[in-house]
Write a protein that binds this ligand. Structure first.
Ligand code: NAD
Length: 333
């Protein structure tokens, strides 16, 4: 599998490191309009460097690309890659509008290539075990979920384009909140169908830095979501209350299970979890391309996460709850 990396920033390095651990996978080329960044990454891994993705697609023998460019570029780059017959693993968020997601899905179908979306949470050991326990019914049916995430969201905390709406498509919701929406829908085992939300921002910011939302999943479960971008210490936690107990999944404390007065640690949090998740995510994508099957996280799922993020913005603007169209309704288009 000859991979091209589109974008040579922070997350591209995690994909390049993942590729280096997999047999029969090599990063053949890297492109970035910051040619020096592409050159530096390419030099480290013995790949070719380009400043433009079209030039890379046309002059290199590639099988697939990993798209790690700014959010609003995910759709046009994915469509270009599909037209060149390249499988695509695109970073989260899949795109910044539902219509862009649909264009990507259609292009990949039309040109017969696979489309994977980088919701890496699906490969984190704690999240995998949480989903298994919930699916086993051991704790009874899940009743409610609370998802809370903080991240310092101000200029200097991350590359400048994250604060440019034309490239990022939004702020903390579209970037960090996408992981929270994914967790709500994946662990809750159903897409969100209704949302009531409020997003706001600290003075001087061009994108939202804070958000609260109540999601209703298709199976009736309710999820409360809190994203805070100012002041608070690091927090990344999901609590799921079920009929006979509860689970707490914390990036810092690992996975815990609670029944009556009993509290038991199930899995510690390990620093290596994220590297392992990026490796397993790429391994799944490569295998899906070779075997002609859907990647574990495909375009329709990625679209459902983006649809929920957009609904959060719409609900906030409207000051009321909004309904999110079902995948089945969209498929009838
Ligand atoms: N899965 C995760 O846990 C995770 C973590 C971090 C970032 N991300 C996602 O990865 C993507 C990149 O984030 P990042 O933190 O690496 O940002 P970054 O700014 O470090 O990297 C993005 C790179 O894309 C380049 N770029 C801009 N326009 C381009 C174009 N037309 N073609 C190719 N490259 C272009 C930029 O110059 C930059 O080097 C985003 O979608 C982000 O949300 C995911």
């Amino acid at each position: 599998m000859r991979l091209g990396l589109v974008g040579a920033g922070g997350v591209a390095l995690l994909h390049a490191e993942a590729a280096a651990t997999l047999p029969n996978v090599e990063v053949t080329a890297v492109c970035d309009p910051r040619l020096e960044a592409a050159g530096e990454m390419a030099g480290r891994i013995g790949a070719l460097a380009f400043s433009d993705h079209t030039a890379m697609f046309e002059s290199c023998e590639l099988d697939a690309v990993v798209v790690t460019a700014p959010h609003t570029l995910h759709a046009p780059i994915t469509v270009d890659a599909a037209r060149h017959g390249l499988h695509v693993l695109v970073e989260k968020p899949m795109a910044t509008s539902v219509s862009d997601c649909l264009l990507m899905i259609d292009a990949c179908r039309q040109y017969g290539v696979r489309l994977g979306v980088g919701h890496v949470v699906h490969f984190l050991p704690g999240a995998i075990q949480t989903r298994r326990i919930l699916a086993s019914g051991d704790l009874g049916a899940p009743l409610t979920m609370t998802e809370r995430r903080t991240a310092h969201y101000s200029p200097g905390s991350r590359p400048a384009w994250f604060f440019d709406r034309s490239l990022a498509g939004g702020g903390i919701v579209m970037n960090v909140g996408i992981h929270s929406i994914d967790k709500a829908q994946w662990l809750g085992a159903a897409p969100a169908t209704r949302v009531l939300a409020h997003v706001t921002q600290k003075p001087g910011m061009t994108v939202e830095t804070e958000a609260v939302a109540l999601l209703q999943l298709e199976n009736g479960m309710r999820v409360s979501l809190s994203l805070a971008g100012t002041g608070l210490p690091f927090h990344d936690e999901t609590e799921i209350v079920c009929e006979q107990g509860a689970l707490r999944l914390s990036r810092r404390d690992g996975l815990w299970i609670y029944r009556e007065s009993e509290e038991v640690p199930l899995l510690p949090a390990a620093e290596s979890d994220i590297d392992r998740a990026f490796r397993d995510q790429l391994a799944d994508f490569v295998e899906a391309c070779r075997d002609g099957r859907e990647p574990a996280v495909g375009g329709e799922y990625g679209r459902s996460v983006v649809a929920t993020a957009i609904a959060i913005y719409e609900s906030s603007a409207l000051g009321d709850q909004v309904a999110i169209p079902h995948t089945s309704e969209l498929l009838q288009r």
